[in-house]
Write a protein that binds this ligand. Structure first.
Ligand code: LR7
Ligand code: MN
Length: 575
């Protein structure tokens, strides 16, 4: 198999058609297409100069005696595949095209077996005998895709079939959300022709991932639904720990730990259960990750035990089908992408369920830096979804989201049915959720001021302005003409003297004024506002926050009562 793979001069077209033969597993490995790469074999192990030295006896499978690739094929065991730098122009173009279409390295994915092996990231605790109930419910696995790459989609499905006990997979429902890539048409049907457990459902128009998931749920006949994105890989034993929680209590909604499949090398990254994160969100209604809070840690003897999570990332979870239906599934008014993850999270907690991350279950996901597909033109889809979410579930807290979007709700459609659902289910309040399930969240109402922070110097039209995303932490905070639309100009002044947005705090340690993760211990993040003089005096340096003459930079100066460029008005200040 190795010789064939490294020396055969098949072109890509042939590789593809071989790949489609569902009975010839070995032939599918020919997709690696190494001949197009220079040097001829870029996949050799780091410490191995001679590629032939890698030649080893292929493993035999116990069932059909079909050959499996040797462990040193590209990407096996989740190892990274690094392309050589001296690619020919022809190959480089294919690599670039792959990135363009998918926002990850499709070329590298195509080199890797759709049955590749992965590390086993499980804690020993997970493998103890009798850890899980012997009688577990079967699940329908629903995978929605819109223009997904061939090898990635196939690897997702094979990882489910290859690494789950047969009797626990009722079926795999592939929902095609109106893709136009040709490999997702007849070719996909042909590929799965001899696998009765794989069903393909086609949306008649572009529905977006939320309605596509609902379409999948309608086709699913198992008692449990398991959703996966179309670019995932399940590891050994991923399924049992999820189903076990649902078998014990069908109102428990469970998520695996989501490992990272590198978008460039397809390397499988994982951390042990001491590094497990839980989900949260910010007032822009964006999902984010957090370390497990101490209070939750104390409830467990072993870090591999399931932990409560305020929210889920959205794409990877299992839920009892009846419970999902009882909760009113998703708001089908949500379009394309976004918001549904928080909707289901809030509902689960507020309407009688529990949301958990199960550290014994690991599934990899390719995190992309941009969305490769078309959304919808002329509508801010995410905002519309988020406003629907806020209107139905956030009660009096919705206003904090609206402040972030400049109070511009736009047309968010009709939500009466969703409100009725909430009433009928007798769900708890959002305040209850925040107080009991997510007390770590900073609530803007607890701030002394919130909104724009305007400097009165040089015409008084300059506002504190920074995106304050995770990637902006440790970077200088900025300034911009005030625009009254919230967003990067929405700040809070907390009771404890922080100037913050979400988890970013204005911080000064003698150099530049930067954003830094809020630490809650004052010092470099302590600012004292005096309503009278309008100065913002910094705790540890005793200097005042000002702006330079060109209104481009925050500066720290000796405090001066008469200097307008040190004077600030904080919106909604309430002493
Ligand atoms: O119009 C669409 N139709 C689709 O079928 C758009 C997307 N999709 C499919 C798509 O092919 C993919 O399988 O829907 C899935 C999700 O789309 P991605 O992969 O572009 O989204 P993402 O991984 O960036 O999105 C995360 O947030 C989404 C919010 O709506 C969904 O909940 C995704 O499932 C979710 N992914 C995860 O939770 C994986 C971990 C990411 C994190 C954190
Ligand atoms: Mn995804």
């Amino acid at each position: 198999a190795f010789l064939l793979y490294s020396e055969d001069r098949t072109d890509r077209g042939i590789a593809l058609s071989l790949q489609n033969n569902p009975v010839n597993r070995e032939a599918r490995e020919l997709q690696h297409d190494s001949n197009l790469l220079e040097p001829a074999n870029p996949f050799k192990n780091d410490d191995d100069e001679n590629p032939k030295a890698n030649l080893q006896e292929p493993r035999k499978e116990d069932d059909g005696g079909v050959l499996l690739p040797p462990q040193n094929l590209p990407g096996e065991l989740g190892k990274p595949v690094v392309l050589p730098t001296n690619l020919s122009a022809e190959v480089k173009k294919m690599v670039d095209d792959g990135w363009l279409k998918n926002a990850f390295n499709q070329y590298v994915s195509d080199m890797i077996s759709v049955h590749r092996s992965l590390p086993d990231p499980r804690d020993e605790w997970c493998k103890k005998p009798n850890r899980y109930l012997t009688k577990l419910p079967a699940t329908s696995v629903i995978i929605c895709f819109h223009n997904e790459a061939w090898s990635i989609l196939l690897r997702t499905v094979h990882s489910v079939l290859d690494r789950s006990p047969k009797h626990l997979i009722k079926e795999v429902v592939l929902v095609d959300d109106f893709s136009d890539m040709s490999h997702l048409k007849q070719q996909l049907e042909d590929y799965w022709k001899s696998e009765p457990r794989v069903k393909i459902v086609r949306a008649k128009k572009r529905e977006g991932l939320i309605r596509a998931r609902l379409l999948g749920a309608r086709e699913a006949s198992g008692p449990v639904l398991t959703y996966l994105d179309s670019h995932c890989e399940c590891t050994d034993g991923w399924l049992e720990p999820l189903l076990d929680r649902i078998a014990r209590d069908p109102t428990t909604v469970v998520c695996p730990v989501i490992d990272v499949i590198d978008d460039t090398t397809l390397e499988y990254h994982w951390r042990d259960s001491s590094g497990v994160n839980v989900g949260g969100f910010d007032w822009n209604l964006q999902f984010n990750w957090h370390a497990v809070p101490d209070k939750e840690k104390k409830k467990h003897e072993n870090s591999a035990e399931p932990v409560w999570s305020p929210t889920m990332a959205g794409g990877l979870f299992s839920i009892d089908k009846k419970f999902f239906e009882k909760l009113g599934t998703y708001d089908s008014g949500f379009d394309i992408w976004g918001g549904e993850n928080l909707e289901l999270s809030f509902k689960t907690w507020m309407c009688g369920g529990t949301l958990e991350i199960v550290p014994c279950s690991h599934v990899g996901h390719i995190f992309r830096k941009r969305s490769p597909y078309k959304w919808r033109s002329g509508v801010n889809v995410l905002r519309r979804n988020s406003v629907r979410l806020a209107e139905v579930w956030l009660d009096e807290y919705a206003k904090y989201y609206y402040q972030r979007i400049g109070n511009d709700k736009g047309d968010f459609g009709d939500i009466t049915a969703r409100r009725k659902l909430r009433d009928d289910l007798n769900c708890k309040s959002f305040k209850w959720y925040l107080d009991n399930i997510y007390p770590e969240l900073f609530v803007p109402g607890d701030a002394v001021a919130n909104g724009e922070f305007r400097n009165l110097g040089h015409g008084g039209k300059t506002c504190l302005d920074s995106p304050a995303r995770k990637s902006d932490l440790h970077k200088p905070a900025g300034l911009y003409p005030c625009h009254r639309q919230g967003g990067n100009q929405y700040w809070m002044y907390s009771k404890t003297g922080e100037i913050r947005r979400d988890e970013a705090c204005l911080d000064y340690s003698g150099q530049e004024v930067i954003l830094y993760p809020c630490h809650g211990s004052k010092g470099n993040q302590y600012w004292e506002y005096d309503e009278e003089s309008k100065l913002l005096r910094h705790g540890s340096s005793d200097k005042c926050l000002g702006i330079n003459a060109s209104k481009t930079k925050l500066i720290m100066e000796q405090c001066n009562n008469n200097s307008n460029n040190q004077r600030w008005t904080l919106e909604n200040y309430d002493s």
